[in-house]
Design a protein around this ligand. Sequence first.
Ligand code: NCD
Ligand code: ZN
Ligand code: ZN
Length: 345
Amino acid sequence: MTQTLTLRRPDDWHLHFRDGDTMRAVVPHTARQFARAIVMPNLSPPVTTSALAAAYRDRITAAVPEGIDFTPLMTAYLTDQSDPDDLVAGFADGVLTAAKLYPAGATTNSAHGVTDVANISGVLERMAQIGMPLCVHGEVTHSDIDIFDREAVFIDRILAPLIERLPELKVVFEHITTRQAVEFVDASGANIGATITPQHLHINRNDILVGGIRPHMYCLPVAKREEHRLALREAATGGSTKYFLGTDSAPHHRHDKESDCGCAGIFNAPHALESYITVFEEEGALDRFEAFASENGPKFYGLPLNEGEIMLEKVAQQVPATVNGGAAEIVPFHAGETLSWQLAS
Ligand code: NCD
Ligand code: ZN
Ligand code: ZN
């Protein structure tokens, strides 16, 4: 008999949908698997206000295939000029679920990001008062800091002092990639959680660089040494409620990745659940997958758990080499590999 795993409908607590044709091509992959997703605001130009977030939400909703029940949860991109009243009103209205801190220059479309957290201290104080979560891309950007050290240095220089100053602030440390981040989250209060991507559970930096440079394995924060991947696997599968599913699915067209200056971001939406469940199975933790995928995130955000269930079956499937990305094709995570699980339709 085929092995199966049934779980409460899951959510994706961090992803990128882009806009226009690309958005219309990628949204169905996520809507097929997840009930809700936290949508990152790093469009060009970025989604900086409640009004822009509401309009973007409506464009996403229009891209959801007929008959599928999927809710995008919107975030606002913080800048040095963010208006606290607008963000507070957007959170109160339910238009905004969180606000996103991109240190200026840290990642894709972060040029308008925050140049110094001191510039948004008023915004962060208001967010702490009303319980609005702050999602954080946790890397410093100084040219003198090695790219493999940027997350750990961010903890010491920015995140730890910020939480000390605003101990009530709810913070999601997004797409963590290091043992130091796991240790920091474990040692923090219940108001500090973290998302973990499938790629950071599967690959280390050798997968990017050994035997040739692999642009489709490149994302930010960049995958680190093996010891860090093992710490992340332990965090995701170990039963702590502070860690939850956030794919960081980040579609870039093939020619933008396979380039002289290739974009950061891995498109994992088409087989996200199958990618994660492989890790939980390898770690002997299938019984903990539901909490990671469907419970810890909503509990952290203070949102209801989803009704309904999905089923994963142990049936092998081959991941295609490319998928439709609107104007051009996109190479998905695990392209060409065989995954041993499949989402039952
Ligand atoms: C993301 C993107 O492409 O928007 N890229 C990435 O490498 N993760 C941005 C981000 O989440 O940092
Ligand atoms: Zn990021
Ligand atoms: Zn991201």
